[in-house]
Every structure is written in C-alpha cells, then in structure tokens.
Ligand binder design. Structure first.
Ligand SMILES: [Zn+2]
Length: 70
C-alpha cells in the first residue's frame, strides 16, 4: 500500500481516489530501477508489455506487464 502522505502520479483529478492510488502503486513498480541480469547495468526496463530489455546490451527476457516476475 501507499505510505501516508505519498504523492500520487499521473491521471490528474480523474477516475477517483481508488484507481489513482492503484495506478500510482503500479507505476512505482513499473519504474523501479532494475539491474540487468546479464551485464549489471541499470538501464534494464520494460520494452513492451511482457517484454523486458536492457538498453545497454540488448538482453531480453519475458515477464509480466508491470514487473519482471510476479
Ligand atoms: Zn544488460
């Protein structure tokens, strides 16, 4: 869950508090700095839904939509 006083990201004033909180939570997980399992670079992130890639070495791995693994 979100910490008390944490600011919400995206969506502005739309969609209601429940969905904005959920979006913030998912967004934080999506944008977490990740280390490439192959070269150790931090430029590892989601390339497309379910596809995670390292921008440095091109290492590709399948994952879930918003996280590398469940
Ligand atoms: Zn890499």
């Amino acid at each position: 869950m979100l910490k008390k006083g944490a600011s919400l990201v995206g969506l502005g004033q739309k969609y209601g508090i429940k969905h904005r909180k959920k979006f913030t939570q998912v967004h934080a997980i999506l944008k977490t700095k990740r280390k490439c399992p192959d070269c150790g670079s931090f430029r590892f992130g989601r390339h497309a839904v379910g596809i995670w890639r390292c921008k440095k070495c091109g290492f590709k791995v399948a994952g879930t939509a918003y996280d590398v693994s469940i």
